[in-house]
Design a protein around this ligand. Sequence first.
Ligand code: GLA
Length: 691
Amino acid sequence: MPSQSETATPAPTARPDAAAPRSGWIPGTSAIRFGGDYNPEQWTRETWLEDIELMREAGVNLVSVGIFSWALLEPREGEYDFSFLDEILDLLAGAGIDVDLGTPTTVPPAWFWKAYPHAAPVTRDGVTLGFGSRGIVSPSSPEYRRAAEAIAERLAERYAHHPAVVMWHVHNEYGAPIAESFDEASVANFRTWLERRYGSIDALNRAWGTTFWGQVYRSWSEVDAPRRSQSITNPAHRLDFQRFSSDALLECFVLERDAIRRHATQPITTNFMATSCPAVDYWRWAPEVDLVSNDHYLTASRLDAHVLLAMDADFTRSLAGGKPWVLMEHSTSAVNWQPRNVAKRPGELARNSLAHLARGADGILYFQFRASRFGAEKFHSAMLPHAGTSSRVWREVVGLGDVLRSAEELRGSRVEASVAIVWSTESFWALDLDWRPSEDLSHRERLEAFYAALWERGVTVDFVHPSHDLSGYDVVFAPSLYLLDEPSAANLRGYVAGGGTLAVSYFSGIVDEHDAVPAGPFPGRLRDVLGLSIEEFLPLRDGEQVRLTDGSTGAVWSDDVVLEGAVAVSSYAEPAAGGGPAAGRPAITRNALGDGSAWYLSTRLDGADLGGFVDAVLADAGVAVDVPEAGLERVVRVGDDSTRWLVAINHADAPARVGAVAADGVDVASGARVAADDVVDAGAVRIIRLG
Ligand code: GLA
């Protein structure tokens, strides 16, 4: 083993509030946090000094440092050199800029790969991946875990009391770019994980239905990871491997978190990718972080990218249990990794950042402060672009810093929602496996469609897991909730019986947690909730459309629905009128159950037709909808003392009226009084303290 030595300067002095509570919000300033990733290892000391000056000019008060620094901090195994980090942290502390200190474990150094070749990740196709990029090695590698824990611990020992450090940022985007590994250590850990889950090999055989295609196992040592096989692999096997892989990454996080906690009291986070990392089950992760942080990038090819942004922010807030969260990364303009990297238009930077703020973010950070001149991301935008300070992007960054300063009073306030959408990562994993009745079934497409319909109506939503307490919501939408275990089904049943309004779309409640069909007709555990059964799925051909008696048009799917207590709100038209394979059968149903109601939508509706369905469900629950003018996004945040603020973001090219909700309000930036007829200029944002 290499010797343990250190070449760095002595540890800096203690921060005054080192005994601050461990969890909760970031200690220090009460301002909204503003800043970004900062990678000083790419720059000279002279540039650091310039950067710090510019950070101050922009109002930056938090930077994430050290995320990719392992190779510098531990140049040889067990030999540490903290000199660059000591210096930059001291400079930042001197300038009053706080640090979210990263553990650099997303890129183990070249020496690690050389010393531990078996730690390299292996893909499902059996390809061993090599060094030269970034991303974790096998999350189950004992050597990786030992090394990651060691560097996290050394950093915590050294910087727990550094005056700049207010927060810890473990690793970077667990699950990206790869989330699972098929190496030997992963297989061994998978077996242990399965033993813990099932207790006996017989129980595993039953859960996985291994009598199908003769897959019965006689001992744990026969169980492998679900590698690429001749035809499709047992879906229950694959589903468990996805659960295991998410848990294996989580174990890595917990290991580092606990190493830091042995020394430090500042909150510890890791940056999620809420709606863009399907491989990680964030519902299991969120309770493990001290505060939720998230990375979000616009999908440049989508004209409704701002709606997807809102969905991502709402999901992040939901993971945070409604508490304030940190937008750890987003971009000031174009990214560099999409097929066409579209630059943001003037004003879009503020609209995007403030949309996150509107939906609960109390920290607005970017990737990254200064644009890199070399490496894989030199064409990615930054707070300080290659064009320097005489650029629109820089001016907009500085302008946003001013807006955030004026919006400090919003810090700590919450977003309230009376409508929720069910988000079940396990269900999405299962639905995405092979050999479903139609390749057009897409949970993601349905989630986005329902979310967009609610966004257009100005309805703020939370996301919920199907096992959560739903009693606080007037309406719960469950688009494509394919997998549903008995406790979650009972929870939905109890929610409806207790007075809730549930709206379920097709291909929901179809399988249990092992991807097995419960006894009896579809939709399994939702039959009594919905008051119907499905005699046969009637998926539609590519491009085929069906007409409903209420005039709407369905696509992708239909069912042969048998009413068992529910009433048909709308049916498939007769054959001659284009009702398709389910002609004459119920298409949309409503079941009264206990004090509530459960709706079922058996086909894919889009646009105004889906909007009509959503309106009917909201009206059934008595939810008042105040639709904003087209393109205007309005979200209300509520303070502990019941002060309410409206964030109004105009995505349209024409001015939009703020509306009655803002009457008698006060514009937070200007102090001017606001009337309902006042407008938000095209492309602008207003933050209004409501009267
Ligand atoms: C991710 C990473 C960053 C950077 C950005 C670029 O969010 O965490 O390091 O690569 O993407 O968009």
